[in-house]
Design a protein around this ligand. Structure first.
Ligand SMILES: [Zn+2]
Ligand SMILES: [Zn+2]
Length: 166
């Protein structure tokens, strides 16, 4: 049975406020966007049953609430500024969508590909026909076309050497 949402301060760290944020919810009583809400400080996942029953661990979190509090205390001992969101952040290396010959270190890195000159821009990558003049002068598909032309015209075209296409 799905429990009703109750606004509360994170019972683990006391720093994060789970709010009934959702105009969406008011518009749609079945909206359950809050069910996966997670405290950015300690990582506790919102679970109203667990908040009322701190020894239960059968809900959204692997640990019971009391165990989670202990776990969080340990983290704070190691690092008084411990922040779950930062600690669990993992960069997403990915290959340049234009030339496929360079790896960017993270999504939205805004690094420039040394091979083709494409600036890493996740928005432009997601919608390859849009966003010209965002981080790059052309949209992804047009940029690709121009790159391929440059490769045909200039033997061994390399952006960091030739600087065409900017
Ligand atoms: Zn918390
Ligand atoms: Zn490239």
């Amino acid at each position: 049975m799905e429990s009703k949402f109750e606004p509360m301060i994170c019972p683990v760290c006391g720093k994060y406020e789970f709010v009934d944020d959702t105009d969406l919810e008011k518009a749609d009583p079945d909206y359950e966007g809050y069910s996966g809400d997670q405290c950015s400080y300690c990582g506790w996942i919102y679970d109203v049953d667990q908040a009322h029953n701190p020894d239960s661990a059968n809900g959204n979190n692997e640990l019971s609430l009391n165990e989670y509090k202990e776990w969080y205390k340990e983290r704070l001992k190691e690092d008084p500024d411990y922040n779950f969101s930062e600690a669990s952040y993992e960069p997403e290396p990915h290959v340049c969508p234009v030339c496929g010959r360079h790896q960017f270190s993270d999504s939205f890195s805004y690094e420039t590909c040394p091979v083709c000159g494409w600036v890493d821009d996740g928005v432009m990558e997601e919608e390859p026909d849009k966003w010209a003049a965002n981080a790059n002068d052309l949209c992804l598909n047009d940029y690709k076309t121009r790159y391929q032309k440059l490769c045909k015209t200039i033997t061994g075209y390399n952006y960091s050497r030739d600087q065409y296409g900017k």
